[in-house]
Design a protein around this ligand. Structure first.
Ligand code: ASP
Ligand code: MG
Length: 408
């Protein structure tokens, strides 16, 4: 007998039929003698619908009331799924976040979990019940409803698995695992049988949307055995997120290629090359709450230097406006921007022990005539910024160059 936490995302509970289907899947695990805790998201589209309603009333909706509103989506699905389980003859009980007592801080719409009282759940499990918990929501010390940020049900699932010391946390979604890259761009993309936590973290932060990044951090920290699976397929082992030590020797050097088109590039040319200049430029950007991703500084001629950095494309206009306003003050010769860029990254723990990965990447792009505008690296990742129009080509040729169609 194992204790399994299963999390079902919005598309997996997107209709009454899908909810009944989830109930049948849960019943199968229960029949095998396992204890099952189910965490569900809102039905697909519901959270967006609720957010839109709020914005029709208040341009900048009150955060506390926003949480009261958007937590309702999950409350609907826990009730419906519990009914479906009962209809199959199972003992089951739903819990809101507050009823479990998933205690969070008070940062409405992006709260962090501080602790979970698992006693009630444990007692119900021991009494043979299936437990159905609303994802994405918690409660603060004062009893206010909080939510954990978009995609937060993943984190609820992992946090419950950690608190209950579950044998496995299964994340059911509409894809059957983590792929070497997006199969819509590269049809030869393969499902990975395993990927390490570190790689998954990089993939999540680089734009792969399979898991909420916070849930991956959580699983890594508490050593939760995490698996991504499809709720649309009857069979399949999905992708297991592993710790590096457990991974076998045949681990490919590169595990995946992530990309995103959400960035824009800003270049500040010809500023005096003196101490404090980076702070003068980037300090005000940070103070305006604009996140900066890659940063490059060149040594230019005549004691001047150039800065290039990337920001989220949604914040590009705001960042350009800010910098144009600062131009006289920072004594910049010129400020240029480009929001038609894309970032492509290769990720793999094998980079630690293999040389020549970066040069293979650069050679591959050069052979296609793709110009690299910026480069940044970490121990297990190399990212390049390129012209957006070459994104798909770049992903395809890199997938081939690193032989990823034979990975997994
Ligand atoms: N329903 C929430 C959202 O759409 C949480 C989740 O689905 O994980 O972001
Ligand atoms: Mg999700």
């Amino acid at each position: 007998m194992a204790l399994i936490v299963q999390k079902y995302g919005g598309t997996s509970v997107g209709s009454v039929e899908r909810i009944k289907h989830v109930a049948e899947r849960v019943a199968k695990f229960k029949m095998l003698g396992h204890q099952v805790v189910v965490v569900v998201s809102a039905m697909s589209g519901e959270t967006n619908r609720l957010i839109d309603l709020a914005k029709k009333i208040q341009k900048d909706p009150d955060p506390r009331e926003m949480d009261v509103l958007i937590s309702t989506g999950e409350q609907v699905t826990i009730a419906l799924l519990t009914m479906a389980l009962k209809d199959l003859g199972l003992k089951a009980r739903s819990y809101t976040g507050g009823q479990v007592r998933i205690l969070t801080d008070s940062a409405h719409t992006k709260a962090r979990i501080l602790g979970i009282d698992e006693d009630n759940i444990r007692a119900d499990l021991n009494a043979g019940k299936v437990i159905v918990v609303a994802g994405f929501q918690g409660v603060d010390e004062a009893g206010n409803i909080t939510t954990l940020g978009r995609g937060g049900s993943d984190t609820t699932g992992v946090a419950l698995a950690a608190a209950l010391k579950a044998d496995e946390c299964q994340i059911y979604t509409d894809v059957d695992g983590v792929y070497t890259t997006d199969p819509r761009i590269v049809p030869e993309a393969r499902r990975l049988k395993t990927i390490t936590f570190e790689e998954m973290l990089e993939m999540a932060s680089l734009g792969s949307k399979v898991l909420q990044i916070r849930s991956v951090e959580f699983a890594g920290k508490y050593k939760v055995k995490l698996r991504v699976l499809s709720s649309f397929q009857e069979e399949g082992e999905g992708t297991l997120i592993t710790f590096e030590e457990e991974n076998n020797m045949e681990q490919a050097i590169i595990s995946g290629i992530a990309f995103n088109r959400d960035e824009a590039k800003i270049t500040v040319l010809g500023v005096p090359d003196t101490p404090g200049v980076a702070y003068q430029i980037l300090g005000p950007v940070a103070d305006t709450n604009i996140d900066v991703d890659m940063i490059i500084q060149n040594t230019g001629a005549n004691n001047t230097t150039d800065f290039t950095f990337t920001v989220h494309r949604n914040e590009y206009a705001r960042a350009m406006q800010l910098l144009n306003g600062m131009q006289p003050q920072i004594k910049a010769r010129e400020i240029k921007g480009d929001d038609k860029i894309a970032k492509v990254s290769i990720v793999g723990v094998g980079m630690r022990s293999h040389v020549g990965i970066a040069s293979t990447m650069f050679k591959t792009l050069a052979e296609e005539g793709i110009n690299i505008q910026m480069i940044s690296t970490s121990e297990i990742k190399i990212s390049v910024v390129i012209d957006e129009k070459y994104l798909e080509l770049a992903v395809r040729v890199l997938h081939k160059a690193f032989n990823l169609e034979n990975a997994g």
